[in-house]
Design a protein around this ligand. Sequence first.
Ligand code: ADP
Ligand code: MG
Length: 469
Amino acid sequence: IWIKCLEVIHKEINEQSFKTWFEPIVPLKVTNQTLSIQVPSQFFYEWLEENYIHVLRKAIDYAMGRNGMLEYSIIVDKGDKKNPPIAYNVPNQKPTVPVQAQKRPEPTVYESPFQLKDLDSLDLDSYLNPHYTFDNFVEGDCNRLGRSAGLAVAQRPGVTSFNPLMIYGSVGLGKTHLIQAIGNYIKNTHANKFVLYVTSEKFCNQFINAIKNNTLQAFTNFYMQVDVLIIDDVQFLAGKEKTQESFFHIFNHLHQSGKQIIMSSDRPPRELAGMQDRLLSRFKWGLTADVQQPDFETRIAIIQKKLQADGIYIEDKVIEYLAHSIDTNVREMEGVIVSLMAHASLNRKEIDMDLARATLKNIVVDNEKEVTVDTILDAVTQHFEVNMSDLKSKSRKKETVFPRQVAMYLMKEFTNLPLKSIGYHFGGRDHSTVIHAVQTISDMLETDKDVEKTMQKLYKYFNRVRVKA
Ligand code: ADP
Ligand code: MG
């Protein structure tokens, strides 16, 4: 029956869409005139319903007759055995009415390891996010040492010389993912070990509450029974003398008893100002490994992995474009992919080059509400090393014409100024000059890679200005 359906569908839509949205579907069974198909993700299901419901109806009509129904089964969070696939019943009678489907459950929020009031009823939960695993952590030069040390620790917690294991690096590069992957691995292989994940911030708050409520002893005892302590973002402990002291004692106790300690930090130990020396020297007992910005190939692999997890197919050249455009950190890359999927679904478009370009542009624009005429002028003068007065003059010198056109283009893109006002900032030029500048730069962006790079640099400049402000 499904093959019959596919025949119909194939005739109705183009090859690319067919490959993207119909080849990944797995037919499951037919019962009572209902065809069950399995789709790779929630997004996938929504996309089919949004865009292809008519095609599907037609196919079902042809293969099963008017009374045929369709039922979706969605693979929820592959690899997480706790969540069985949710079946979505889709009565196919009225295909035009959007189907009320159960939404995928919200991702679990991993909150504080324990509330102090709950001390008596501790259930020894780990507070790990099961989605962070070694399997979906892409290895690259940027994280090779940390990953292999992490794996060694995961296989033999407390036994290797990597104790403590400290992973450091700037934001969004996979520290939390990696240290949680270690925890999940240990939990799955050593069911009897008590693994605990806690952020330093949480640890601090618990400590403060313990003091307030006179439960310091309970707090300390709790932490001392942990077999594997994973403590994220230890830089947060800087300057917090009392909390550090408490952590120092817990650390010593665990270390002496052969328990594993895993930490992350946004900078190397030597740069952790405000941290007690005795604590710092202990951090160095084990192994310190950094995670760095992924290179181009690793970025591609990470994007592919994410798409695969969502069951989405995107052309290689689009993936390359994304990997090329976002080189800051992995979290941002993921953010862009999510927006891309949202835009695709909202505008009912395939995820292609045009959409990727438009989405990236929108993301920059959305973020940059505060980009003003002044920030643009600053960025352009600094980037091209031209004088403000030359930029604003009527000079036709070659060195100033291009930067001026770039500035006009950026003002048109980022501000709501009328063309006339934009012209006003450049020696009172009229709006047709501005139109010409905008057109020139747009054309160059399409054809000239260098211009595209220049623009991306400028966009980044705005980002910095915005963050600093
Ligand atoms: P950090 O703790 O360093 O700020 P995270 O661990 O929170 O960064 O990572 C940010 C996001 O990027 C997470 O969703 C994580 O899964 C993802 N990520 C980072 N590095 C990798 C990698 N090497 N492979 C796959 N996903 C990654
Ligand atoms: Mg983190």
